[in-house]
Design a protein around this ligand. Structure first.
Ligand code: AMP
Length: 260
């Protein structure tokens, strides 16, 4: 589902489900588009059969929340985690600068993500205004129930966390992927995360100030012999079903996370 006002993206969501669920999921997604503060002008619902197409199964990344007292401490901790996965400080600084300014060349948010060389900070996505939109991923029904329960046990009840965790799991298992950095463009949602295969999904409650409407996603890649077209194809088109959940750990303090 994708909803827009004046051509501007305001809401979107992805599902993979058995065909008998199409009716109820369509209703759910339309209701979600209409719940937005801005009434949508267009709601697009695209339904596609995945029959005969390969479906890759993945286990969700482990989740941990790292408490940092403010935005500066949060961004510095996120940088440290990215550095530990092999992203250069030059790339980290470029990514943070872009997300804080509005990463589209026109100065606004992008609909999709930046693909960035993890060494040089060079942008590699074919369309810098739009970015690359990850699509065709979802939880299996059993894993969805299990992850909602586990996330609720550590106080994470917002559907955004579950959706971002699914997206990040698909992203980090792309060939050539090193890590992802994300914070939301919703003005009242300040949390963000760094995801990688080694460290899992590391969530920070405050990666931007409340009220700030800028956000985005950066996918850091190893650019030696990377086939960008194949990467974009995997992210946009190949179907991934997350059918196992990982560990979800209670929030810990910054120093405990790095020293523990
Ligand atoms: P959100 O977490 O939904 O507020 O999204 C934050 C930012 O991440 C958006 O401004 C987009 O730049 C990017 N984004 C959102 N959804 C996707 C997606 N499916 N694939 C790639 N990037 C996305």
């Amino acid at each position: 589902m994708r909803a827009t006002v004046n051509g501007r993206h305001i809401s979107g969501a992805e599902r993979i489900a058995p065909s008998e669920k199409i009716d109820s999921i369509a209703q759910e997604l339309i209701a979600r588009a209409l719940r937005k503060m801005n009434t949508p002008e267009h709601i697009m619902l695209h339904i596609e059969s995945l029959r005969d197409k390969p479906l890759r199964s993945l286990a969700a990344l482990d989740v941990v929340t790292v408490n940092a007292q403010d935005v500066l401490a949060g961004r510095s901790a996120a940088s440290r985690v990215l550095g530990s996965t092999g992203v250069s400080m030059q790339a980290v600084e470029t990514a943070i600068r872009l997300l804080s300014q509005g990463p589209a060349p026109s100065g606004g948010n992008m609909r999709g993500a930046i693909i960035m060389d993890s060494r040089t900070g060079e942008r590699l996505e074919p369309d810098q205004e739009r970015g690359v939109r990850v699509s065709r991923f979802d939880w299996s029904e059993a894993a969805l129930g299990a992850i909602d329960k586990k996330l609720a046990e550590i106080g994470l009840k917002h559907f955004r966390t579950r959706e971002a965790l699914a997206l990040a799991t698909k992203v980090v298992y792309a060939s050539g992927m090193v890590a992802e950095l994300c914070w939301s463009d919703e003005p009242d949602y300040t949390a963000g995360y760094v995801a990688s295969r080694e460290r899992g999904y590391v969530r920070f409650p405050m990666l931007k100030q409340i009220g700030d409407p800028r956000g985005g996603r950066v996918f850091f890649v190893r650019n030696d012999g990377l086939n960008v077209a194949a990467l974009v194809h995997y992210l946009q088109n190949e179907a991934v079903l997350i059918d196992k959940v990982g560990k979800c750990c209670a929030a810990i303090e910054l120093e405990a996370y790095f020293n523990g």
